[in-house]
Design a binder for this molecule. Structure first.
Ligand code: NAD
Ligand code: DAU
Length: 351
């Protein structure tokens, strides 16, 4: 049976790295990228692979059952890498229903289509659901999220992702659909949309604009270079156990304020500015509603079972990331024109 994989959300941040990896590493696989091209989806992210003979792009919505059925019939998928989602916590606070539609109904639509189209033969099939550590809730100063940590989502975004995880597990238990799930910590790297903390601050440092820190800047995130995340997904896709969940994380915790100071430090050097210049733009703003204090992943199951480890130290990964943004100003200018300005105005000038 020829391998044919549907990647959803392949024009987004993580999806584009995942698509690039699978298209280039597995030239014998047929790869179909289904993406609605919301504000977060951008075909410029995939310019280097768009003409590959094993790659097809389809513009469409994962809630469109008719389209999903047609794609399954045409491409005879053997696997699904489900990445498409509404992904930004702040947007979920202002518009929770679009998160329920895409993340819950969209995931249910994909699961249902896979169940119906694969019903006669589940051998060699796989539905891989890509999820987040935010489903586990918020940690205090100590401890880690393991695969056994009870779910406790606290934002509309994380609640919608938790629902999608539950649905994926329900289809595994009820219909024996071959499902794998991974829950990853915060990613960073090239092609990250500048609504998220790291690319937003890089963009604002370049343009000498304020660097908005929510609350006191004491919240902690566990950052992982995006290429390490998609390498883990590749490993789990091919070698992980059906029905299992794997946590992915970098053991790399930073308070937001220390992280932004590190960005300022590295960028002052790279931009030839005086040490301390960019830090002057740090501005404390009103906190995010329901702001989770700390995320930290225990990824020992993935290390022990499949031998995965992050490849990059954070300072090196951040340096590579800053260099990418400095060398890709055209990409940055495109994604920050138009609707981005409106979003920025609403999100930051009303705080
Ligand atoms: P992103 O917002 O950059 O990209 C999402 C992509 O999905 C976009 O290309 C968008 O056009 C597409 N999309 C949205 N709604 C769609 C729909 N209804 N139909 C088809 N396509 C649609 O997101 P990301 O940061 O790359 O995250 C990808 C996945 O990884 C998400 O499921 C997210 O929950 C998960 N995740 C993200 C992180 C992170 O730090 N970014 C960490 C862990 C897990
Ligand atoms: O943990 C994984 C999750 O990481 C993913 O599931 C989400 O899709 C992804 O968006 C990310 O969520 P966060 O909310 O942690 O990421 P964000 O970059 O939005 O914020 C990181 C931290 O920085 C968080 O504590 C909020 C804070 N922050 C964020 C922004 C945008 C600020 O202080 N100022 C800001 O302007």
């Amino acid at each position: 049976m020829a391998t044919s994989i549907l990647i959803t959300g392949g024009a987004g941040f993580i999806g584009s790295h995942l698509t690039r990896l699978f298209v280039t590493k597995y030239p014998d696989y047929n790869i179909v990228n289904l993406d609605k091209l919301t504000y977060a989806g951008n075909l410029e992210n995939l310019k280097d692979v768009e003409d590959s003979p094993n790659y097809t792009f389809v513009k469409g919505d994962i809630t469109d059952l008719q389209l999903l059925k047609e794609l399954f019939e045409t491409h005879r998928f053997t696997g699904i890498l489900h990445c498409a989602a509404e992904s930004h916590v702040d947007r979920s606070i202002t518009d929770p229903l679009s998160f329920v539609t895409t993340n819950v109904v969209g995931t249910a639509s994909l699961l249902q289509t896979a169940k119906e189209c694969w019903k006669n033969d589940l051998e060699g099939k796989l539905f891989y659901h890509i999820s987040t550590d935010e489903v586990y809730g918020s940690l205090g100063e100590t401890g880690y999220f393991t695969e056994e940590t009870p779910y406790d989502p606290r934002s509309p975004y994380s609640a919608s992702k938790a629902s999608s995880d539950h649905l994926a597990r329900a289809f595994f238990h009820t219909y024996h659909l071959p499902v794998k799930i991974s829950n990853c910590s915060n990613n960073y790297g090239p092609f990250h949309f500048p609504e998220k903390l790291i690319p937003l601050c890089i963009h604002n440092i370049i343009n000498n604009k304020p660097l908005p820190i929510y609350g006191k800047g004491e919240n902690i995130r566990d950052w992982l270079y995006v290429e390490d995340h998609v390498r883990a997904i590749d490993l789990i896709y091919h070698e992980g156990k059906i029905g299992e969940t794997y946590n992915i994380g970098g053991h790399n915790e930073w308070t937001n304020i220390d992280l932004v100071k590190e960005l300022c430090r590295q960028m002052d050097t790279k931009l030839g500015r005086e040490a301390g210049e960019s830090e002057k733009q740090i501005t404390y703003v009103k906190d995010r509603a329901g702001h989770d204090l700390r995320y930290a992943i225990d990824a020992s199951k993935l290390k022990d079972e499949l031998g995965w480890l992050p490849s990059l130290q954070f300072e090196e990964g951040i340096s590579k990331t800053i260099d990418w943004y400095l060398n890709n100003t055209e990409w940055l200018n495109h994604v920050t024109s138009g609707n981005y300005q409106h979003y920025y105005e609403q999100q930051y000038h009303k705080r």
